[in-house]
Design a protein around this ligand. Structure first.
Ligand code: 8X3
Length: 250
């Protein structure tokens, strides 16, 4: 069945890969992102199955107005993929920028809440829908320099599980997608303030996951039979594993 899928952060990384994958799967995609020129390029590439929608998820009023501003034929959103998110900095907490912390909370936490608050009621009313939240392995496994990024993703994971608790008894599904090391996207370049060399070093000597791998996982969870709900899906590349607890020896 062709679904109408709204993807936030649709012009880069996971979001763009998902948009491409979902269109290839025969679905329609409302591609939401801040950068209108990139949205137009995506639509030029993928055609009429894509509706570009310029949106900043941190703008609560704009997100609240979104359902009413969609063209009538696109108003019944079957799947919301809360993908927009970012990491900023990898310095230890005592050296981190407060502005970076605020920005991560604004996008990863508040932006995701705004989108969910705007679209969930209609899903419950129709008794049909699926929210896919893009969290991270950082939600569960701490690492030095992860502080607010990891904590914001813990929010995403726990929020997903709590949404599921409220939605049991309805046909609305919730999935928390938790990718580990993923290369080939803007993620690390953004984290390191545009330093592509430092970003590249994160993936040196590894075979990381790709954005297409994450799109594959998202495609799988949304195309499952309606009675199947994947609550949490943790995905790492083969070369990655949760580490041991740190012990500092004298
Ligand atoms: C991305 C994974 O390890 O960079 O969310 O935090 S990690």
């Amino acid at each position: 069945m062709a679904l109408t899928i709204l993807v936030t952060g649709a012009t880069a990384g996971f979001g763009a890969a998902m948009a491409r994958r979902f269109v290839r799967d025969g679905h329609r995609v409302i591609a939401a992102a801040r950068r209108t020129d990139r949205l137009q390029a995506l639509q030029a590439d993928l055609g009429v199955a894509v509706l570009p929608f310029t949106l900043d998820v941190t703008d609560a009023a704009a997100v609240a107005a979104l359902p009413g501003s969609l063209p009538a034929a696109w108003r019944e959103v079957d799947v919301l993929v809360n993908n927009a998110g970012l990491a900023l900095g990898l310095d230890p907490a005592h050296k981190a920028s407060l502005a970076d912390w605020d920005r991560m909370v604004a996008v990863n936490v508040s932006g995701l809440m705004h989108m969910t608050h705007a679209l969930l009621p209609a899903m419950v009313e129709r008794n049909r829908g699926h929210i896919v939240n893009v969290s991270s392995t950082a939600a569960l496994y701490p690492y030095p320099g992860g502080h607010v990024y990891g904590a914001s993703k813990s929010f995403v994971t726990q929020f997903s599980l709590n949404l599921k608790a409220d939605l049991v008894g309805t046909s609305v599904r919730v999935t928390d997608l938790e990718p580990g090391l993923v290369g080939g996207t803007e993620f690390s370049v953004t984290r390191f303030g545009g330093d592509a060399t430092r970003a590249g070093s994160v993936y040196a000597g590894t075979v990381p996951l790709t954005a297409d791998d994450i799109a594959e996982a998202a495609s799988w969870v949304i195309n499952l039979p309606p009675h199947m709900n994947v609550n949490r899906l943790e995905v790492m590349p083969t070369c990655q594993a949760p580490g041991p607890l740190a012990i500092k020896r004298a």
